[in-house]
Design a protein around this ligand. Structure first.
Ligand SMILES: Nc1ncnc2c1ncn2[C@@H]1O[C@H](COP(=O)(O)OP(=O)(O)OP(=O)(O)O)[C@@H](O)[C@H]1O
Length: 702
């Protein structure tokens, strides 16, 4: 697969087979900040990522709402964390009361009342504090989330296609955006976890202090406290997850894992086929339900229990490698407070009941330490979150693969009204990770304001030419000149503002039809008159105006209506609430394929519109835009394109030979390279491949 610079130096890479997975690790090459399970490594991670957390706090503190609410939240949180210590103090009072009763055989009722009132007050205070905490937490969380939603949105919006589809970059993006709202919520989660940490530490030290105060007069009391504390520390350590901060055991270096297990790959494919709504139509029409179920079962049977996700399989593998060495020692340590208690009971049998109560108090307190927020899972979770905070900020630094130019384009905005010239000089191109050349040694020149039609069979490289003109990708070899200047020297934003493109694999944005068209020219995106004009040019205006919501219609609504978990099939009738609220029953859009294509054409025409204040584009690129259009619509489109001749450069790619080619200033007949070029008459006279296909395909219909 790999070629040239992509070649691997296999001597430095080790291969391990783990279940169905092949793991490749590069020897002696460490990633800057991934680490294994040791607490020390976790500390290193915290240290490395602290600047990002500080930056995060500075930023969230600049949000007015947060500046007001965060200190209040922290104060309430810490106050709440002191309550267990107060309760413990009352328990100590109770303990002393028992001792006094044992010695004097009388009960001091004021102490009893005091303790009872104290405990009740603690319970009430705790409940109230938690309520206040929750009240503050919700607006606080929403403000922070909103702030990071904007931050992450911008960091992602600037990434170009080759970078966006790079699997390593994708992983970084996923760490920030994988779970719904995850990235946006992350800052809040980190803040909340740090607050928890502070509160838990306060809680532990205040309880330790109270325990010492209560038990210091008892013989062996301090010893019990020390033993209890060390016991809980060891228990804490024992429950510490052996996972590294990124969830994988001890794999701190550069590594990659893949699987070639056909059944596993097929199972994942079948799952997607079954889950993603865009496949449902074919699944139903093809009567595939039973078939894919049986295929899934067969594959699952063959692959057996090896069919795990890499993380699971890896965990199981490394588990075997890490037996617990110190477990016996830890088990012994667990028993130390009880041993101390028994020794004391043997030496001083009269104090046995008070010692027992002390022991219960100590055990109860330290058990609560382990089960609190200081649980090792939460600590490791925090370390992971802190690493993700760094990912959020580093998203901004992801380098685009298509490097921006520095020169303004065009030098004179007016020049765009005469179109833009394009020249390919010996351009060859391979898509990333592809060995085959999509284009090989392609040269041609399209003069400003000419109409160029690119024709050729499937896979002949037509779309690739448009991808290169818009610098979605850069050529592997050769040069592209735009208005006689190297395309790489021009500022990308200027270049793209100067052209309007309809890609073959266009999509509709999950926005209103108005915006779907308007975004063809962001400068005019709010201008209703221009949007209507573009809709007329693209042949979509009539059917849009007939829709109940007209230009406000959403083709795919990005927000789902919500219902309780019970579905309609389970006997619940939602029609009343649905009718009352005007909720739709179907998520499927009402537009035909041809209507959708007309919308996409309208969006592209949007770029050709001019106002006094805004310049329009100088070039329009259409990649097979008439595939789903009826003959009338296609004819209208060609008329509109012909009208642009002389003011805009128009490049039109198609594998259908016909009306438009006869009006083209330049026809490129492609098959990986330019096989023939010229006007229709020139190519017909040449009697080459173009003439042959034209005679076959178009002539009978004209
Ligand atoms: N994103 C991509 N990644 C890898 N290879 C690609 C990609 N897009 C296209 N190719 C390959 O590049 C070659 C040229 O494809 P291109 O899309 O330019 O052809 P086309 O002439 O537009 O075809 P069609 O008429 O079918 O749209 C084909 O071999 C195709 O498989």
């Amino acid at each position: 697969m790999a070629t040239g610079s992509r070649q691997l130096d296999l001597r430095t890479v080790t291969h391990t087979r783990i279940g169905i997975w092949d793991l490749y690790e590069e020897r002696g090459k460490e990633l800057p900040r991934r680490s294994d399970s040791s607490i020390l490594e976790a500390l290193v991670q915290i240290r490395d990522n602290t600047p990002y957390v500080i930056r995060m706090f500075k930023e969230i503190f600049n949000i007015r709402q947060v500046r007001r609410l965060l200190p209040a939240f922290l104060i309430v949180r810490v106050l709440d964390s002191l309550i267990p210590a107060v309760c413990l103090w009352y328990d100590g009072q109770l303990l002393q009361l028992v001792e006094a009763v044992m010695e004097r055989r009388t009960v001091d009722t004021t102490v009893v009342i005091h303790v009872a009132v104290g405990r009740v007050t603690c319970a009430v205070a705790s409940r109230l504090l938690r309520h206040v905490q929750r009240r503050i937490e919700i607006p606080l969380r929403m403000s922070i989330k909103q702030f990071y939603a904007k931050h992450i949105f911008h960091s992602m919006a600037r990434i170009d296609l080759p970078t966006f589809t790079d699997s390593a970059v994708l992983k970084q993006l996923n760490s920030v955006t994988l779970f719904r709202d995850m990235g946006m919520d992350l800052a809040w989660k980190v803040a909340a976890e740090l607050a928890n940490l502070a509160a838990t530490t306060t809680s532990i030290f205040s309880q330790l202090f109270v325990l010492f105060t209560v038990l210091r007069k008892q013989q062996d009391g301090p010893l019990l406290v020390i033993l209890g504390f060390s016991q809980s520390l060891f228990r804490w350590y024992r429950t510490a997850p052996p996972l590294s901060a990124d969830g994988l055991y001890s794999m701190s270096g550069v590594w990659a894992a893949t699987t070639t297990n056909d059944d596993y790959i097929r199972m994942q494919g079948l799952k997607i086929l079954n889950q993603v709504s865009s496949h449902r139509k074919e699944l139903v029409a093809g009567n595939l339900g039973e078939y894919i179920t049986s295929q899934f079962h067969e594959s699952a049977q063959r692959v057996g229990d090896d069919a795990g996700d890499f993380r699971e399989v890896c965990e199981a593998y490394f588990m075997k490698k890490f037996p617990s060495i110190t477990s016996i020692l830890r088990e012994t340590l667990d028993e130390l407070p009880q041993i101390a208690f028994m020794l004391r009971a043997v030496r001083r049998p009269t104090t046995i009941s008070s010692s027992f109560m002390s022991l219960v108090l100590v055990e109860h307190t330290f058990n609560s330490f382990i089960s609190t927020h200081l649980s090792p899972y939460r600590i490791f979770g925090l370390v992971r979150m802190i690493t993700d905070v760094r990912n959020i900020y580093e998203l901004k630094n992801v380098q685009n693969k298509v490097v921006d130019g520095t020169e303004q384009f065009p030098e004179n905005q007016q020049s765009l009204s005469n179109g833009i010239s394009v020249e390919f000089r010996n351009v060859s191109f391979q898509y990333p990770d592809e060995e085959r050349y999509a284009l090989r040694n392609v040269s041609f020149r399209i003069e400003a304001s000419q109409l160029c039609v690119i024709v050729g069979g499937n896979g002949s490289g037509k779309s690739t030419i448009l991808n290169l003109i818009s610098r979605i990708y850069d050529p592997t070899e050769g040069t592209i000149l735009i208005d006689n200047r190297d395309i790489k020297t021009l500022k990308l934003a200027d270049l793209r503002a100067a052209m309007s493109i309809l890609f073959q694999d266009y999509t509709h944005f999950p926005l209103s039809i108005r915006e779907n068209i308007g975004l063809g020219n962001p400068g005019l995106a709010q201008d209703d008159d221009n949007i209507r004009e573009a809709a007329s040019m693209g042949g979509s205006r009539n059917f849009i105006e007939e829709l109940p919501d007209g230009f406000d219609t959403y083709i795919d609504r990005p927000v789902d209506d919500r219902y309780p978990d019970l579905s309609e099939g389970s006997g619940v009738d939602y029609s009343n609430v649905r009718n009352m609220g005007g909720l739709r029953t179907s998520t499927v859009s009402d537009l035909s394929g041809g209507q959708k294509q007309r919308l996409a054409v309208s969006r592209t025409f949007m770029g050709s519109l001019v106002t006094d204040t805004d310049s329009s584009v100088g070039m329009l690129l259409f990649d097979e835009p008439s595939a789903s259009l009826d003959p009338t619509a296609e004819n209208e489109l060609f008329e509109n394109l012909r009208k642009l001749k002389g003011t805009k450069t128009v490049i039109f790619s198609t594998h259908r030979f016909g009306n438009l080619t006869r009006h083209a200033d330049l026809i490129l007949y492609m098959d990986q390279s330019v096989q023939e070029q010229g006007t229709h008459d020139e190519l017909m006279r040449k009697e080459g491949e173009y003439a042959h296909i034209w005679n076959l395909q178009a002539k009978p219909f004209l």
